[in-house]
Design a protein around this ligand. Structure first.
Ligand code: NAP
Length: 254
Protein backbone atom coordinates (compact mmCIF):
# COMPACT_ATOMS: atom_id res chain seq x y z
CA UNK A 1 0.00 0.00 0.00
CA UNK A 2 2.80 2.38 -0.93
CA UNK A 3 0.38 4.98 -2.34
CA UNK A 4 -1.99 4.93 0.65
CA UNK A 5 -3.49 8.35 1.38
CA UNK A 6 -2.43 9.72 -2.01
CA UNK A 7 -4.68 10.96 -4.82
CA UNK A 8 -3.56 10.37 -8.40
CA UNK A 9 -5.05 11.88 -11.56
CA UNK A 10 -4.62 9.61 -14.60
CA UNK A 11 -5.42 10.71 -18.17
CA UNK A 12 -6.40 8.25 -20.87
CA UNK A 13 -7.71 6.07 -18.04
CA UNK A 14 -10.51 4.45 -20.04
CA UNK A 15 -8.35 1.83 -21.77
CA UNK A 16 -4.96 0.19 -22.18
CA UNK A 17 -2.06 1.45 -20.07
CA UNK A 18 -4.13 4.17 -18.34
CA UNK A 19 -6.77 1.71 -17.19
CA UNK A 20 -4.12 -0.75 -15.92
CA UNK A 21 -2.38 2.13 -14.09
CA UNK A 22 -5.63 3.12 -12.37
CA UNK A 23 -6.20 -0.41 -11.09
CA UNK A 24 -2.60 -0.83 -9.96
CA UNK A 25 -2.44 2.57 -8.22
CA UNK A 26 -5.74 1.84 -6.45
CA UNK A 27 -4.42 -1.55 -5.33
CA UNK A 28 -1.49 0.33 -3.77
CA UNK A 29 -3.93 2.45 -1.79
CA UNK A 30 -4.33 5.55 -3.99
CA UNK A 31 -7.55 7.39 -4.70
CA UNK A 32 -7.77 7.68 -8.48
CA UNK A 33 -9.28 10.41 -10.68
CA UNK A 34 -9.95 8.98 -14.15
CA UNK A 35 -9.78 11.39 -17.10
CA UNK A 36 -10.57 10.76 -20.78
CA UNK A 37 -13.11 11.86 -23.37
CA UNK A 38 -15.45 8.82 -23.26
CA UNK A 39 -17.30 8.69 -19.94
CA UNK A 40 -18.46 5.10 -20.55
CA UNK A 41 -14.86 3.86 -20.96
CA UNK A 42 -13.91 5.61 -17.70
CA UNK A 43 -16.91 4.00 -15.95
CA UNK A 44 -15.63 0.62 -17.14
CA UNK A 45 -12.25 1.31 -15.55
CA UNK A 46 -13.97 2.58 -12.37
CA UNK A 47 -15.83 -0.74 -12.17
CA UNK A 48 -12.51 -2.61 -12.52
CA UNK A 49 -11.02 -0.51 -9.71
CA UNK A 50 -13.99 -1.25 -7.44
CA UNK A 51 -13.74 -4.95 -8.27
CA UNK A 52 -10.00 -5.00 -7.53
CA UNK A 53 -10.05 -2.94 -4.33
CA UNK A 54 -13.59 -3.37 -3.02
CA UNK A 55 -15.40 -1.19 -0.52
CA UNK A 56 -12.40 0.98 0.34
CA UNK A 57 -11.84 2.14 -3.24
CA UNK A 58 -11.97 5.86 -3.94
CA UNK A 59 -12.49 6.66 -7.61
CA UNK A 60 -13.78 9.69 -9.54
CA UNK A 61 -14.83 9.66 -13.19
CA UNK A 62 -14.05 13.02 -14.83
CA UNK A 63 -14.71 13.14 -18.58
CA UNK A 64 -12.71 15.75 -20.46
CA UNK A 65 -10.34 16.45 -23.34
CA UNK A 66 -6.74 17.08 -22.25
CA UNK A 67 -6.11 19.42 -25.20
CA UNK A 68 -8.79 21.89 -24.11
CA UNK A 69 -7.81 24.34 -21.37
CA UNK A 70 -11.28 24.91 -19.84
CA UNK A 71 -11.85 21.13 -19.65
CA UNK A 72 -8.48 20.57 -18.00
CA UNK A 73 -9.20 23.29 -15.43
CA UNK A 74 -12.59 21.74 -14.73
CA UNK A 75 -11.33 18.16 -14.22
CA UNK A 76 -8.39 19.23 -12.05
CA UNK A 77 -10.63 21.39 -9.85
CA UNK A 78 -13.12 18.52 -9.56
CA UNK A 79 -10.39 16.01 -8.61
CA UNK A 80 -8.97 18.37 -5.97
CA UNK A 81 -12.42 18.96 -4.53
CA UNK A 82 -13.32 15.28 -4.57
CA UNK A 83 -10.18 14.05 -2.81
CA UNK A 84 -8.96 17.24 -1.09
CA UNK A 85 -5.50 16.83 -2.63
CA UNK A 86 -3.56 15.78 -5.75
CA UNK A 87 -0.27 13.94 -5.14
CA UNK A 88 0.32 12.38 -8.52
CA UNK A 89 -0.38 13.22 -12.16
CA UNK A 90 -0.04 10.60 -14.89
CA UNK A 91 -0.07 12.15 -18.37
CA UNK A 92 -0.93 9.01 -20.30
CA UNK A 93 -3.57 10.13 -22.85
CA UNK A 94 -2.28 9.43 -26.33
CA UNK A 95 -3.14 8.99 -29.94
CA UNK A 96 -1.01 7.66 -32.80
CA UNK A 97 -1.20 8.39 -36.51
CA UNK A 98 1.48 6.66 -38.56
CA UNK A 99 2.16 7.69 -42.17
CA UNK A 100 4.92 8.75 -44.51
CA UNK A 101 5.46 12.51 -44.61
CA UNK A 102 3.88 12.84 -48.09
CA UNK A 103 0.65 11.30 -46.78
CA UNK A 104 0.62 12.99 -43.37
CA UNK A 105 -2.29 15.27 -42.57
CA UNK A 106 -1.37 18.36 -40.65
CA UNK A 107 -4.52 18.20 -38.54
CA UNK A 108 -3.30 14.79 -37.31
CA UNK A 109 -0.02 16.38 -36.23
CA UNK A 110 -2.05 19.04 -34.41
CA UNK A 111 -4.02 16.33 -32.60
CA UNK A 112 -0.84 14.50 -31.53
CA UNK A 113 0.76 17.73 -30.31
CA UNK A 114 -2.44 18.67 -28.46
CA UNK A 115 -2.56 15.29 -26.76
CA UNK A 116 1.14 14.68 -26.07
CA UNK A 117 2.41 18.22 -25.41
CA UNK A 118 -0.33 20.83 -24.92
CA UNK A 119 -2.38 18.47 -22.69
CA UNK A 120 0.50 17.59 -20.34
CA UNK A 121 1.50 21.29 -20.13
CA UNK A 122 -2.07 22.34 -19.25
CA UNK A 123 -2.41 19.51 -16.72
CA UNK A 124 0.92 20.15 -15.02
CA UNK A 125 0.08 23.88 -14.80
CA UNK A 126 -3.34 23.20 -13.32
CA UNK A 127 -2.09 20.54 -10.87
CA UNK A 128 1.05 22.40 -9.83
CA UNK A 129 -0.28 24.21 -6.72
CA UNK A 130 -1.60 20.87 -5.42
CA UNK A 131 1.58 18.97 -6.34
CA UNK A 132 3.76 21.60 -4.64
CA UNK A 133 1.66 21.34 -1.50
CA UNK A 134 1.96 17.56 -1.34
CA UNK A 135 5.53 17.19 -2.66
CA UNK A 136 4.02 15.33 -5.56
CA UNK A 137 5.13 13.60 -8.72
CA UNK A 138 4.37 13.73 -12.44
CA UNK A 139 4.78 10.67 -14.65
CA UNK A 140 4.49 11.17 -18.39
CA UNK A 141 3.76 8.12 -20.53
CA UNK A 142 5.88 8.85 -23.57
CA UNK A 143 7.22 6.30 -26.07
CA UNK A 144 10.43 4.79 -27.38
CA UNK A 145 9.22 6.47 -30.59
CA UNK A 146 10.38 9.74 -29.02
CA UNK A 147 14.03 8.61 -29.04
CA UNK A 148 14.23 6.30 -32.09
CA UNK A 149 14.37 7.50 -35.72
CA UNK A 150 11.53 5.63 -37.39
CA UNK A 151 10.52 6.24 -41.02
CA UNK A 152 6.74 6.53 -41.32
CA UNK A 153 6.37 7.46 -37.68
CA UNK A 154 8.25 10.78 -37.58
CA UNK A 155 5.36 13.01 -36.47
CA UNK A 156 4.26 10.72 -33.65
CA UNK A 157 7.91 10.45 -32.61
CA UNK A 158 8.39 14.21 -32.71
CA UNK A 159 5.36 14.77 -30.48
CA UNK A 160 6.73 12.25 -27.95
CA UNK A 161 10.23 13.77 -28.20
CA UNK A 162 8.62 17.08 -27.20
CA UNK A 163 7.13 15.33 -24.15
CA UNK A 164 10.55 13.88 -23.30
CA UNK A 165 12.09 17.34 -23.46
CA UNK A 166 9.32 18.77 -21.30
CA UNK A 167 9.95 16.00 -18.77
CA UNK A 168 13.67 16.72 -18.42
CA UNK A 169 13.35 20.52 -18.39
CA UNK A 170 10.52 20.57 -15.84
CA UNK A 171 12.37 18.06 -13.66
CA UNK A 172 15.01 20.75 -13.12
CA UNK A 173 12.58 23.66 -13.00
CA UNK A 174 10.26 22.10 -10.41
CA UNK A 175 12.87 20.37 -8.21
CA UNK A 176 12.99 19.75 -5.34
CA UNK A 177 9.24 20.30 -4.78
CA UNK A 178 7.88 18.14 -7.58
CA UNK A 179 9.48 15.20 -9.40
CA UNK A 180 8.90 14.78 -13.15
CA UNK A 181 9.71 11.52 -14.95
CA UNK A 182 8.64 9.62 -18.05
CA UNK A 183 8.13 5.97 -18.89
CA UNK A 184 8.92 5.10 -22.52
CA UNK A 185 6.96 1.98 -23.50
CA UNK A 186 7.94 -0.23 -26.39
CA UNK A 187 5.11 -2.06 -28.19
CA UNK A 188 2.30 -2.87 -25.76
CA UNK A 189 -0.89 -4.82 -26.50
CA UNK A 190 -3.59 -2.13 -26.24
CA UNK A 191 -6.49 -0.71 -28.30
CA UNK A 192 -4.03 1.83 -29.76
CA UNK A 193 -3.36 -0.62 -32.62
CA UNK A 194 -7.06 -0.55 -33.63
CA UNK A 195 -6.85 3.06 -34.77
CA UNK A 196 -3.51 4.08 -36.29
CA UNK A 197 -4.77 5.40 -39.61
CA UNK A 198 -3.28 2.31 -41.37
CA UNK A 199 -5.15 -0.38 -43.29
CA UNK A 200 -5.25 -3.97 -41.96
CA UNK A 201 -2.14 -5.01 -43.97
CA UNK A 202 -0.30 -1.95 -42.72
CA UNK A 203 -1.12 -2.83 -39.10
CA UNK A 204 0.00 -6.47 -39.62
CA UNK A 205 3.26 -5.31 -41.18
CA UNK A 206 3.84 -2.83 -38.36
CA UNK A 207 3.18 -5.44 -35.67
CA UNK A 208 5.54 -7.95 -37.33
CA UNK A 209 8.25 -5.30 -37.58
CA UNK A 210 7.82 -4.31 -33.93
CA UNK A 211 7.96 -7.92 -32.81
CA UNK A 212 11.16 -8.67 -34.71
CA UNK A 213 12.76 -5.48 -33.32
CA UNK A 214 11.96 -6.43 -29.71
CA UNK A 215 14.59 -8.73 -28.17
CA UNK A 216 12.16 -10.13 -25.56
CA UNK A 217 10.14 -11.50 -28.48
CA UNK A 218 6.68 -10.33 -27.48
CA UNK A 219 4.53 -7.25 -26.97
CA UNK A 220 4.35 -5.89 -23.43
CA UNK A 221 1.23 -6.05 -21.28
CA UNK A 222 -0.35 -2.79 -20.02
CA UNK A 223 0.24 -3.95 -16.42
CA UNK A 224 3.98 -4.14 -17.11
CA UNK A 225 4.00 -0.41 -17.89
CA UNK A 226 1.59 0.46 -15.07
CA UNK A 227 3.94 -1.10 -12.51
CA UNK A 228 6.77 1.30 -13.43
CA UNK A 229 4.40 4.28 -13.49
CA UNK A 230 3.41 3.40 -9.91
CA UNK A 231 7.04 2.97 -8.84
CA UNK A 232 7.83 6.46 -10.17
CA UNK A 233 4.83 7.90 -8.27
CA UNK A 234 5.98 6.16 -5.09
CA UNK A 235 8.38 8.12 -2.87
CA UNK A 236 9.69 4.98 -1.22
CA UNK A 237 11.23 3.76 -4.48
CA UNK A 238 11.74 7.03 -6.37
CA UNK A 239 12.20 10.01 -4.00
CA UNK A 240 15.61 10.67 -5.59
CA UNK A 241 14.54 10.04 -9.20
CA UNK A 242 13.61 13.00 -11.37
CA UNK A 243 14.17 13.79 -15.05
CA UNK A 244 14.40 10.08 -15.91
CA UNK A 245 13.26 8.77 -19.29
CA UNK A 246 12.76 5.12 -18.43
CA UNK A 247 12.43 2.65 -21.32
CA UNK A 248 10.11 -0.25 -20.48
CA UNK A 249 10.34 -1.85 -23.86
CA UNK A 250 11.38 -5.51 -23.94
CA UNK A 251 14.87 -4.40 -24.97
CA UNK A 252 13.66 -2.41 -28.00
CA UNK A 253 16.14 0.43 -27.37
CA UNK A 254 18.99 -1.73 -25.99
N1 NAP B 1 0.48 0.65 -26.98
C1 NAP B 1 1.72 0.92 -27.33
O1 NAP B 1 2.38 0.12 -28.02
C2 NAP B 1 2.38 2.19 -26.86
C3 NAP B 1 3.77 2.32 -27.06
C4 NAP B 1 4.42 3.47 -26.65
C5 NAP B 1 3.69 4.47 -26.03
N2 NAP B 1 2.33 4.32 -25.84
C6 NAP B 1 1.62 5.43 -25.20
O2 NAP B 1 0.89 4.94 -24.09
C7 NAP B 1 -0.20 5.83 -23.83
C8 NAP B 1 -1.47 5.02 -23.61
O3 NAP B 1 -1.83 4.41 -24.84
P1 NAP B 1 -2.43 2.94 -24.95
O4 NAP B 1 -1.45 2.12 -25.69
O5 NAP B 1 -2.90 2.48 -23.62
O6 NAP B 1 -3.63 3.19 -25.99
P2 NAP B 1 -5.19 3.44 -25.79
O7 NAP B 1 -5.81 2.26 -25.15
O8 NAP B 1 -5.67 3.88 -27.11
O9 NAP B 1 -5.25 4.62 -24.72
C9 NAP B 1 -5.18 5.98 -25.04
C10 NAP B 1 -6.20 6.70 -24.17
O10 NAP B 1 -6.03 8.12 -24.33
C11 NAP B 1 -7.31 8.71 -24.31
N3 NAP B 1 -7.24 9.97 -25.04
C12 NAP B 1 -6.84 10.17 -26.32
N4 NAP B 1 -6.94 11.47 -26.64
C13 NAP B 1 -7.38 12.11 -25.53
C14 NAP B 1 -7.69 13.45 -25.24
N5 NAP B 1 -7.55 14.42 -26.15
N6 NAP B 1 -8.13 13.77 -23.99
C15 NAP B 1 -8.29 12.80 -23.06
N7 NAP B 1 -8.02 11.50 -23.28
C16 NAP B 1 -7.58 11.16 -24.51
C17 NAP B 1 -8.25 7.70 -24.98
O11 NAP B 1 -9.57 7.77 -24.46
P3 NAP B 1 -10.73 8.64 -25.12
O12 NAP B 1 -10.75 8.30 -26.57
O13 NAP B 1 -11.96 8.21 -24.38
O14 NAP B 1 -10.39 10.06 -24.83
C18 NAP B 1 -7.63 6.36 -24.55
O15 NAP B 1 -8.27 5.83 -23.40
C19 NAP B 1 -0.27 6.79 -25.02
O16 NAP B 1 0.30 8.03 -24.65
C20 NAP B 1 0.59 6.11 -26.07
O17 NAP B 1 1.16 7.03 -26.98
C21 NAP B 1 1.68 3.22 -26.24
Amino acid sequence: MTLAGKAVLITGAGSGIGSATAVRAARRGAAVALVGRRAEALEHTAAQVREAVGEGSRVAVLAGDVGKAPEVERVVAAAAEHFGRIDGLVNNAGTARFSALEDARIDELDTMLDTHLRGPVLLIQACLPHLRRSGGSVVNVSSVGGVLSLPGRSLYGASKAALNHLTRSLARELAPAVRVNAVLPGPVETPMYDDLGLDADGVDELREGLLSATPMGRFGRPEEIAEWVCLLLDEESSAWVTGALLPVDGGRTA
